[in-house]
Design a binder for this molecule. Structure first.
Ligand code: FAD
Length: 320
């Protein structure tokens, strides 16, 4: 079986989701896992990818540098019909959500969106995804199809372990004669906004923080730890913090090394966005709060009393 992962990159950087899609591909124990990298100046990306798959294919053309659906679809489609792949994986990102269904439709292949688990057995590709805001897990399998296109949910898979260096092949891209959509440029997030998905340490506050005046307590702890403050949905809904900091099914999926959940009950919509964190530490005054069910360490107590003490302790350790 041959699996193709379509690499997502932006402004010269490989998106983490590409590594995670390669991790999903590795779970299939396929004979071949290939990575397709559309763009022109992609040498630094292909070198990184060459340790994580069996072949890297550079689909060369400068018109593929901006992530535009129209030229990417034409070029990727042309490549996919010229070679045979049983599984084609992309990220369930805004870019992947634009490209993958169109690619599946053009290939007349079934499409499995937002997968959180993937396996291959009895000649069938099988997987699952969360539905009804994470309340249910839907299991599916691809039948009577020579190719299946799927998008993988960010944070659901670990990148594969690096292996031997794979060969790198260059292929000329076939592009549409004309493009209806032109790339004008990137709009940067307003200054002060942070990318919580990239943070290694998240100090996350829930409704238990009490009010916007107490957010500073979490910020002080985040500063002492070198982390970033994130939040549950009620905190974003009340505008105590920006929506971009919300973790969960209707916010961001995060996978930091350390996730501190402060005054967060642990509703499934929140857990779905953070339970892959390496270490989860929960502080809650309710010993029966569901967050303790996923936490590696738990403290039962009042966060407003404990936060200044913890920050002082952390700052002392860091200064020593
Ligand atoms: C379609 C849909 C999508 C949703 N998407 C998301 C999402 O993306 N992210 C998300 O987070 N939620 C989401 N929700 C909301 C979710 O269901 C919960 O309502 C929400 O996660 C609860 O947030 P919370 O834990 O901060 O608040 P609460 O559930 O009110 O919990 C507050 C916690 O703080 C504790 N507490 C209170 N005071 C203190 C104190 N002084 N010290 C210590 N502990 C204290 C309490 O014991 C309690 O456990 C969604 C809901 C729906 C319907």
């Amino acid at each position: 079986m041959s699996v193709l992962v379509i690499a997502e990159h932006r402004e010269g950087e490989l998106r983490e989701i590409t590594l995670e899609a390669l991790g999903a591909a590795a779970k299939l124990n396929a004979g071949e896992v290939k990575a397709l990298v559309p763009g022109s100046e992609t040498e630094f990306l292909t070198r990184e990818l060459s340790l994580l798959c069996s072949e890297v294919i550079e689909l060369k053309d400068p018109r593929l540098d901006p992530p535009l659906g129209e030229p990417w679809l034409k070029a990727i489609l042309d490549f996919c019909v010229s070679e045979e792949f049983q599984v084609i994986l992309l990220g369930a990102t805004s870019w992947g959500m634009e490209l993958a269904p169109a690619l599946a439709e053009s290939l007349e292949a079934p499409f499995a969106p937002d997968v959180t688990a993937l396996e291959y057995g009895e000649n069938l590709l099988k997987g699952s995804r969360m539905v009804y805001s994470g309340k249910l897990e839907a299991k599916w399998q691809c039948e009577n199809a020579s190719t299946c296109v799927a998008t993988v949910r960010p944070g659901a898979f670990d990148p594969p372990e690096p292996g031997a260096e794979a060969k790198i092949r260059e292929v000329a891209a076939v592009l549409p004669d004309d493009q209806a959509v032109k790339f004008l440029g990137y709009l940067k997030q307003a200054a002060g906004d942070v990318d919580i998905t990239a943070a290694k340490i998240l100090v996350s506050v829930g409704r238990g923080i009490g009010g916007p005046e107490n957010i500073a307590l979490a910020q002080e702890l985040a500063d002492a730890l070198g982390g970033v403050v994130s939040c549950s949905r009620p905190v974003a809904d009340k505008r105590w913090l920006d929506k971009s900091r919300q973790v969960g099914t209707s916010g961001q999926t995060v996978k930091p090394d350390i996730y501190l959940a402060l005054g967060i009950s642990g509703a499934f919509q929140h857990l779905a966005g953070m339970q892959s964190a390496k270490t989860i530490i929960a502080l809650n005054k309710d010993p029966k709060a569901p967050i303790f069910g996923v936490a590696h360490y738990g403290i039962v107590g009042d966060i407003l009393e404990l936060l200044p003490l913890i920050t002082e302790k952390v700052a002392g350790i860091c200064a020593a």
